[in-house]
Design a protein around this ligand. Sequence first.
Ligand code: EPU
Length: 302
Amino acid sequence: MRIEDPKIVAALPELGVQIRPRASLAELTSLGIGGTTDLVRINKHEAIPDLLSLLDAQNVPHKFLGGGSNLLVGDGELPWIVLQLASPQPDIVLEGNFAQVDAAADLGRTVTFCAKHDLGGMEGLIGVPGTIGGALRMNAGAYGMQIGTYVRQVKLYRSGARKLETLEGDQISFEYRHTSFAPDDMMLAVKLELPSKPYREILKGIRICNEKRRASQPLGQKSAGCIFKNPPGASAGRMIDELGLKGQNVGDARVSDRHANFFVNAGKASAKDMLALIADVRERVEKSFGVILEHEVVVWNA
Ligand code: EPU
């Protein structure tokens, strides 16, 4: 979608945002799939309420993009624009056991930065691509930990109230790959409280998680991490593997040979290919195991 409305074009520079016309979502997502649309980069949180009022008043549909690492975007010219936060500097500020982190900060960099200052707890998330904002919204987790455990405060744009707000940790519920934020809430910053641990000890944990991940996940390939959530008490990857579906493909969309819940873009896969593969695998799992798998990956397809 192009931003052509003269009222919006005239107002955007005053809000201090930048526009990248016809940005390719394939280049902004780890799956390397997605069509084109105008991208608005936001430099100041304070500009968000005015920007969104303007877009709503002119009926311009929009979506919020984090790091694009858990996202499958549709093909062709997209029917909405995309908003993304630019990362301020510094994006992580430490005070005692608290880390105040901007939503646009890189997740891996946050884990290692805190580690270097003897703050641990998030070792399991090393190697998970994406931003802190994305990790927060999905309650990212791995190897027995989840980010929600450490969240003490969140600054966000609340779509319902149409304003910037700060929530305390106990006002938010964090469940397996799910949070109580509304779908259109925009994460802006988070205050984490992390346990003190010597750097050397944290580094050991980081190395172990890195090795486990390297051994079991297709790290060098284009993917969005796990496609399906694990159903209670079961593993989606193991079920897909047991059906012999590793290597199964629709065009260049392929079930990873290394981990069956990772679907990779092995070349020029389209969203249509990937969605067809997801639907096929889902149907086979339901037929064989009687389990309906739920998407873990976020799909923007319309
Ligand atoms: N397994 C297979 N074949 C496969 C994949 C897995 O038999 O192709 C078996 C493994 O041998 C193991 C079990 O299934 O016994 C579980 O596998 P794994 O330890 O790889 O964990 P997972 O349940 O598949 C979850 C998260 C990952 C996270 C890992 C490590 C979900 C959907 N996935 O995977 O998160 O990295 O644990 O903690 O919760 C993500 O969120 O995108 C993601 C990749």
